[in-house]
Design a protein around this ligand. Sequence first.
Ligand code: PMV
Length: 364
Amino acid sequence: MLQASAPGKCILFGEHAVVYGQPAVAVAIEQRITVEISPSEDWRIDGMRFDPNRHPHVEALKQRLWDGGPPLSVKILGNIPPASGLGSSAALSVAAAAALRCARGRQIENDDWTEGWTASRINEVYTGIGKHRKGTSLLAGKGSVDEDECAILAHAVEAFAQGGRASPIDSSTCAHGGCIILSNKIETRYNWLYSRELNGVKWDVHSVDLPAQLDDYYLVIGNTGIKAPTAKQVEKVAKLLQENPGRMVEIEAIGKIARRGIEALMLGDMEKVGHAMSENHLLLKNLGVSCPELEQLISAAVPNSLGVKLTGAGGGGCMVALTKDPKSTSEAIELAGGRTLITRLSSSGLELDKEGNGPIWSPF
Ligand code: PMV
């Protein structure tokens, strides 16, 4: 049996605008999804017969990493509510990609991967050159798993599920953990990881180390309980912009606020971070991606928070409050009808919890 896990994510700045290349910031949260795989007589998910329509992310990964492989039993565990803006599908995709890669191993020749992974619909061939040892060998277990590859696969799978419009913010944050910044250019102040391109939009993905004083601050996430598919919300904004191209200035304004928010975050100026979050929310609300239930939780959290906004695609799903007093903030949100999760502003990324005893299947 193999087991991998990945964190959910919370977008602090820039959702929706990031789809159009504007900067965005997300942190990995303490809540995670764990994927377990083991050989089985037929394909199963959580003990039930596998239905590709119910699990499109697993199906898409199966086609890419397990084409022709033997059937598996897949178990999905975790505490990230689905379809609520916390990256549950990206966390699932990252963890499942790692488990499948670990279970098939990776062939290495002369310090290079013999198989690059071509992300369909993403103009990129990923080869991971120079990351592994010399000679021809089959890497199995932990050594075969590569965070970047899992992030690429998860992005491709999300793009597929979102009708071709998806930024890599969820997939990169769930793969690498910590705090991830997307920008339309390489930012020399941050740790540049890679570029991604999809349907003519390019993002440079960076990681940053947050200042230590942030340990005193918490995010309280309030869930409306309304499931809001990301694809629908992304489509709604796309339609609005098609009909009113002038409203692209609002997308650009979100980008400016995100930049201000990042600066404040890096300086540990949490009052400013909170202000920027609340400003970001007003623009999202204007774009039509909030809803009365989100507004109710947001209003309840305002008195106990430094800043409050919806997080993720909106239309339901979750809001997030930045606070030093998570107990009071959480109580206020719950009184207004929300279910809360509390997390610090960062958490570890992909982890391989159990690597099994050698490959389950080797296509080489
Ligand atoms: O709701 P989530 O967790 O899928 O977040 C989506 C973030 C968007 O910016 C709305 C879409 C994207 O692909 O970046």
